[in-house]
Design a binder for this molecule. Structure first.
Ligand code: UDX
Length: 459
């Protein structure tokens, strides 16, 4: 026991929100902490813990669970989002307190709770135990900045202006706003409340950590860092793909679905460099049949080889016989090892919904993007991808909000063979280099993690 206490510089409990897009960034950050001598205990819900891949559990990071009140089926078991979030808050804070109580008598008591701000109550629990509290944002700082201004009442919803001017941000059009703001009153109010509530107690946080890197979001980071002790610590891409400094890295990963790794990599290995269009809309997006059909036709018309992730529940939306008829050019899978796919030299373009993880991954691997946002922060991410980082194109939608086949085809061709594609590829090289440098030894994110750890040790 005594040996364990001395072996580590500090002990962080890392509490993640239970969904694909939130777990991996915190798990990867945990590995960076572990590498700097901090013990990390990753905490998720009972239900999600059962689905975490065995390999992840074999890493040095311990896994503990709390309850969301739905131990057998998670959120899908709840009658509504509202019921789920309420139960997660109530049962979650109680079981988190029990866990902290248990760990306080272990050989290595917890000094700090790193929590996902989707769970602001975790900070209140940490403070009751007298612990350091660190918010860990899994969305961009630009998006955080928008919701902060809504929280402060500076940005009023429903929006009345067509151009939104916020400090630290370029002018944004109303449709560039996150869907819960732009479509306020139409989209889910419970999720809107959740996003705004991230800031309800943030002034009590000792740290505000963001999964981004300084060079990518410099202006907004500088602005937000005037309000909070904000530090950028990303991109949280496994070290094996970037700086290659962490040994225990192969064990990375939580996948909500089982990836079809063998088939994907074998197929990609047979394709020429830069020739493949990779298509994926993340773990949640559920486009309508019409949109799926237009994408399918756009891919066909581009005449390019493609790898398309269509989750099992979405498969019925594909045009009849699409998979069979396009089998010479395309591979459709239910889930893939996206990091390995984006890192593969055969991939030349990523048709994406612009989820924040996918965006950071494409930037870090230098893969140009065609954006087809679905909801949430994705339109905002796309605005930056296109106009600020110049790493991709927005596939324009018609008045019904559908990206038609011609628009999809045009954007893919522009990236793969057009003039704008050449410009984007030059930028892709730049972002890839900057992302690696940020996490490499003495890079901006590495220094921030070092500072966080050093202060923790002395707290
Ligand atoms: C959600 C939100 O929708 C998104 O807008 C927000 O920014 C984060 O939370 P999700 O829609 O799943 O996430 O998208 P994204 O953030 O891109 O995360 C998807 C993750 O799944 C990525 O890390 C990606 O690498 C991984 N993935 C996706 C796979 O490993 N295999 C796949 O086949 C598809």
């Amino acid at each position: 026991m005594e040996l364990e206490r001395n072996a580590y510089r500090a002990h962080c409990l890392a509490l993640t929100y239970p969904s694909q897009g939130h777990i991996n960034p915190l798990l990867e950050f945990s590995k960076r902490l572990e590498n700097k001598g901090v013990k990390v205990t990753l905490v998720t819900t009972h239900f999600i813990s059962k689905t975490i891949h065995k390999e992840a559990a074999t890493s040095n990071i311990a896994l503990e669970t709390i309850s969301d009140g739905y131990d057998e089926g998670g959120e899908a078991q709840a009658e509504s989002f509202k019921a789920y979030f309420e139960s997660l808050r109530r049962v979650g804070s109680q079981t988190l307190a029990e866990l902290l109580e248990k760990l306080s008598t272990s050989g290595c008591p917890v000094n700090c709770v790193v929590y996902d701000p989707f769970l602001p109550w975790a900070l209140d629990v940490a403070k009751k135990f007298g612990l350091v509290g660190a918010a860990f944002f899994t969305q961009s700082c630009a998006v955080g900045n928008i919701f902060y201004h809504v929280y402060k009442g500076v940005l009023k919803v429903p929006l009345s202006e067509t151009e939104i001017l916020l400090p630290g941000s370029p002018p944004l059009g109303a449709p560039d706003m996150p869907s819960f703001i732009y479509q306020f009153g139409i989209s889910d109010p419970v999720i809107f409340d959740l996003l705004v509530a991230q800031f309800s107690n943030i002034d009590k946080a000792d740290w505000v950590l963001c999964n981004t890197f300084y060079e990518l979001e410099q202006e907004v980071v500088d602005w937000m860092a005037k309000i909070w002790p904000l530090r950028t610590i990303g991109p949280t891409i496994p070290s094996m793909f970037l700086d290659k400094r962490l040994e225990d890295d192969k064990n990375y990963g939580f996948d909500i679905f089982k990836p079809n790794t063998g088939a994907c990599m074998k197929w990609l290995n047979g394709q020429p460099k830069g020739s493949v269009v990779y298509v994926s809309f993340g773990s949640l997006a559920a486009f309508g049949v019409e949109q799926m059909e237009e994408i399918a036709w756009g891919l066909r018309m581009s005449n390019r080889c493609f790898l398309w992730v269509v989750r099992e529940l979405e498969e019925a939306k594909l045009p009849k016989n699409f998979v069979e008829e396009t089998s010479e050019k395309g591979l459709v899978v239910r889930w893939c090892p996206q990091l390995e796919v984006l890192a593969h030299e055969a991939v030349g373009c990523f048709v994406t919904h612009c989820g924040w993880n996918s965006t950071l991954e494409a930037l870090s691997f230098g893969v140009p993007m065609v954006g087809v946002p679905y909801w949430s922060d994705q339109s905002t991410n796309l605005k930056f991808i296109m106009d600020v980082w110049k790493m991709g194109l927005k596939a324009p939608a018609d008045e019904k909000g559908i990206v038609r086949r011609e628009a999809a085809e045009h954007c893919i061709r522009e990236i793969m063979e057009g003039e704008r594609g050449k410009e984007i590829k030059k930028n892709a090289f730049k972002w890839r280099k900057l992302a690696k440098e940020a996490v490499d030894e003495s890079g901006s994110s590495d220094k921030n993690i070092e500072e966080f750890v050093a202060k923790l040790v002395h707290s």
